[in-house]
Design a protein around this ligand. Structure first.
Ligand code: F6P
Length: 485
């Protein structure tokens, strides 16, 4: 289950609608298992105010959940992306708290839970994804205690001092604790969640295990898994909450990077940019969590101070459109485009652009060509659950060249230690890291890239989903989840 289905609707010239797989790695990782297990994907079809009938896509049954235009505004744009998103990303932007948005979030979560409850076979495994659906685990457990329920949070889980702002902080914790296994990107996220559970619910935790007291008057209490007696003699069910860092289909990126046509396209990109000595690249959804403004500020100052020469260095910034009806995103777009315009106005020459700014999404092939063309990849997120762009860049560099500058506030920095790690708030430090990346000798670049590639190629998305599902399946067989820690 995920807010968005893994397919996008495309309407051809004759007005005929068809479904095309969306480019994400999640579906690639889950497709084999979904096919083998006769799985159903429950999600929103991406258009408001329309009922879409269940259908098949690439061997997976798709069960669309409808959202009205008002629910799109209140549940998706409102509570998911203007309350939870800024709150969970350390309040980089101010979250809005509106009771009607919360009511809509509850209603839509209930609709998702009902859809899954109606589709799941007895004892089935249900895997719920992301912050839009945090109430689903408990809602599902209530009506279908036979199910094995997993939840994975793709974005950060904030420290308690921030999380506690949320007026519905207890309800969300109760919603999540309906799962048997709760996965987070980073060890720190799992720790923040356990702390919130202790502070708000007073439940005990032992390492990654959370003890949720069972209401013994509840006739269903006997059907819970992992029922055990805690040290005070109370009946509890145990929930596993730990880190499962997500990854990408690394092999698919490598395969594309080895294609001669894509390597040729990478050369063409360099040429189109006037063959600068160095190409720096940023690739992000146009989101305020990504630190695009900080990156531009650092780059602009380096040009201003003559530490970089516009004839020699170009920054390519791909900013794919995102959540364009949410006001904070509109403001961000204006700010970024003003900054890009200023930098180009001040420093570009007729023959050399300072910032090549592209407000589009591109197919994977073009992204791989861009990664291959880029000498330096800039990932300067202020807060990011994982940041898969960092992993895509590494997987693409089959030539073992290229330098990754990576924010320590992105989950990827836990694994990708051989990147140039930066604090994006420290503009001087960021500038120094950019210069260090540009000047890095080939020997050092290769040494770092080799180590990074080993990490990404070993820990790919198939391994991620297999390890999460293994923890869940063990949970189905009643294994004590402590062994998974
Ligand atoms: O992981 C963050 C996330 O919100 C995903 O749930 C989603 O697939 C992606 O970012 C893009 O966001 P949206 O679905 O709001 O366009």
């Amino acid at each position: 289950m995920s807010n968005r289905l893994p397919v996008d609707r495309v309407v051809d010239e004759a007005g005929q609608a068809t479904w095309r797989p969306s480019p994400g790695g999640l579906v690639t990782a889950l497709q084999p298992v979904m096919r083998a297990e006769d799985g159903v994907w429950v999600g929103w079809a991406g258009v408001a105010g329309e009922e879409v009938e269940p259908f098949e896509a690439d061997g997976i049954s798709i069960l669309p959940v409808a959202l009205s235009e008002q629910e799109l505004q209140e549940y998706y744009e409102g509570f998911s992306n203007d309350t939870l998103w800024p709150l969970y990303h350390d309040v980089i932007a101010q979250p809005s708290y509106h009771r009607e948005w919360w009511d809509s979030y509850v209603r839509v979560n209930r609709r998702f839970a009902d859809a899954a409850a109606g589709a799941a076979a007895p004892g089935a495994v249900v895997w719920v994804h992301d912050y839009q659906l945090q109430l689903v685990p408990a809602m599902l457990r209530e009506v279908r205690p036979d199910l094995v329920i997993g939840f994975f949070n793709h974005i950060p889980f904030p420290p308690y001092g921030i999380y506690s702002q949320l007026p519905w902080r207890r309800q969300i914790i109760d919603g999540l604790l309906g799962a048997d296994v709760i996965g987070f990107q980073r060890v720190a996220d799992a720790g923040n969640f356990s702390r919130a559970v202790r502070r708000l619910k007073g439940y005990e935790t032992r390492g990654p295990i959370i003890e949720v007291p069972i209401d013994t008057d509840d006739p269903e209490s006997g059907s819970h898994r992992h029922v055990t007696t805690n040290r005070h003699g109370g009946l509890v069910r145990t929930v596993l909450a730990r880190a499962f860092p997500i990854s990408i289909d690394a092999e698919a990126y490598q395969e594309l990077a080895r294609r001669p046509a894509i390597q040729e396209r990478a050369r063409e990109i360099r040429e189109e940019l006037g063959n600068p000595e160095t190409i720096m690249l940023g690739v992000d959804r146009l989101d305020y969590t990504k630190g695009i403004g900080h990156r531009l500020k650092a780059f602009g100052e380096l040009l201003r101070d003559g530490r970089l020469d516009v004839e020699k260095v170009t920054l390519v910034q791909v900013a794919s459109p995102s959540r364009e009806r949410v006001e904070t995103y509109r403001q961000l777009r204006d700010e970024i485009e003003l900054t890009v315009g200023r930098i180009n106005g001040d420093y570009a020459t007729l023959g050399h652009t300072a910032v090549a700014y592209l407000h589009h999404g591109y197919p994977k092939e073009e992204m791989v060509a861009l990664y291959l063309a880029a000498d330096v990849m800039l990932v300067t997120a202020l807060r990011d659950g994982m940041n898969l762009v960092a992993k895509e860049y590494v997987a693409t560099r089959v030539d073992e060249d290229g330098v990754l500058v990576l924010s320590e506030f992105a989950g990827a920095s836990d694994e990708l230690r051989q990147a140039l790690l930066i604090n994006p708030h420290d503009i001087e430090g960021l500038k120094d890291a950019m210069l260090q990346a540009i000047a890095m000798p080939k020997r050092d670049r290769v040494r770092r890239m080799r180590a990074l590639r080993k990490k990404v190629l070993t820990n790919d998305v198939a391994r991620w989903s297999a390890s999460f599902l293994e923890a869940l399946t063990r949970s189905a067989h009643g294994d004590h989840p402590l062994q998974d820690a």
